[in-house]
Unconditional design. Structure first.
Length: 352
């Protein structure tokens, strides 16, 4: 990975940005893409759209979502402990023992989600924790002190920042899906300087983790001819996953193209053809009526916008330590750039 691209990836990932609190990460993304497009626009909810005008009456949107799962303060106990709710889909079992950053108006407040020591829990009472069992400990001596530091409604993120692992793997709390925004930015950089036939909308969307709806607002406004959602998908060869029940997908074996019910069959075929032309190894996954990505709300706009998905395999999704292979990111950007360059007003996507 090029040095500047790697530095951008780490900076973008490390910025805390749970759903509805994406602004700091969006500023970093905007700074990166401004030099590669004609203009960047934003809507009232915070979706950012980098626009490169084409020469023909056709447009393609490439969408990654900027938000990450997180927590939100819902009650401050007199003891100084913080009770919290979830922002997005989180298994409470992954939270005990993690470090937390509460994002307040005055800055970041560090804390932990503790768990009773194993010595203090009778074996008969050992159980999987519920959210109501857990608290954020910021070290406040009492509720009065805590209320001077944090407020009801302050968000928080859990887990650690970027770290390299062996063999070009890396871990981070928010590869889902700040990684997708990196892919969109890198795709825009890779596009040829010549005038493209299709207008390109590079999108860093918001609030995907809380109902996959933020990107639908973008689609209503710009009405692209077609769209590709860039997101993570599950490495089905992760230990503990019943692999025989899922498609065979593995980190490090290339981007993952969606096929199935919601995605447009011709877009899937065009992506596969682009991968062959660019000599990029790819994998395939299926959807059975919903992709669980920004492609879903986009597809239902107007009389229907044809959509596709390009994903990157990820281990341990929605945990403090998501793991991906960095090579898959670069290959995903190259694949999408090749695909976009081939789109023209003659591209036929209608069924039948």
């Amino acid at each position: 990975m090029r040095k500047d691209a790697r530095e951008f990836l780490i900076r973008l990932l490390n910025e805390p940005a749970p759903s509805n609190f994406e602004t700091p990460a969006q500023k970093i993304w905007r700074e990166r893409v401004e030099s590669t497009v004609d203009r960047v626009e934003a809507d009232v909810y915070g979706n950012h759209v980098a626009i490169r005008e084409g020469s023909e009456n056709v447009s393609v949107a490439i969408v990654g979502h900027s938000d990450e799962v997180g927590l939100i303060v819902r009650r401050i106990e007199d003891s100084g402990m913080l009770r919290f709710g979830k922002i997005g889909g989180i298994d409470p079992a992954v939270l005990p023992g993690t470090r937390v950053r509460v994002l307040t108006k005055r800055g970041v407040v560090p804390g932990v989600i503790g768990a009773p020591a194993v010595h203090l829990i009778p074996p008969s009472e050992s159980k999987k924790p519920k959210l109501s069992d857990l608290c954020i400990d910021i070290g406040a001596k009492d509720g009065a002190t805590a209320r001077k530091i944090v407020e009801i409604g302050d968000p928080a993120v859990f887990g650690e920042d970027f770290a390299d692992l062996a063999d070009d793997f890396a871990c981070h709390r928010a590869f889902d899906n700040r990684m997708g925004c990196w892919v969109v930015a890198e795709m825009l950089r890779l596009l040829p300087r010549k005038k493209l036939r299709a207008t390109v909308y590079g999108v860093s969307s918001v609030q995907e983790e809380t109902g996959v709806w933020g990107a639908g607002l973008f689609a209503d406004r710009y009405q692209p001819t077609l769209a590709i959602a860039v997101d993570v998908t599950h490495d089905t060869n992760t230990p503990g996953v019943p692999s025989d029940a899922h498609p065979d997908i593995t980190c490090g074996k290339g981007p993952v193209i969606g096929r199935g019910v919601r995605v447009n069959r011709k877009i899937s075929d065009l992506l596969a053809a682009a991968a062959k032309t660019a000599k990029i190894p790819v994998q395939f996954e299926i959807d059975e009526g919903a992709t669980g990505t920004d492609a879903d709300p986009i597809s239902a706009r107007r009389t229907g916008i044809p959509v596709g998905t390009v994903s990157v395999a990820c281990r341990y999704m929605h945990t403090p330590c998501e793991v991906i292979h960095l090579g898959d990111l670069e290959q995903a950007a190259k694949l999408i750039a090749q695909f976009v360059e081939g789109i023209s007003a003659k591209t036929k996507l209608a069924a039948g």
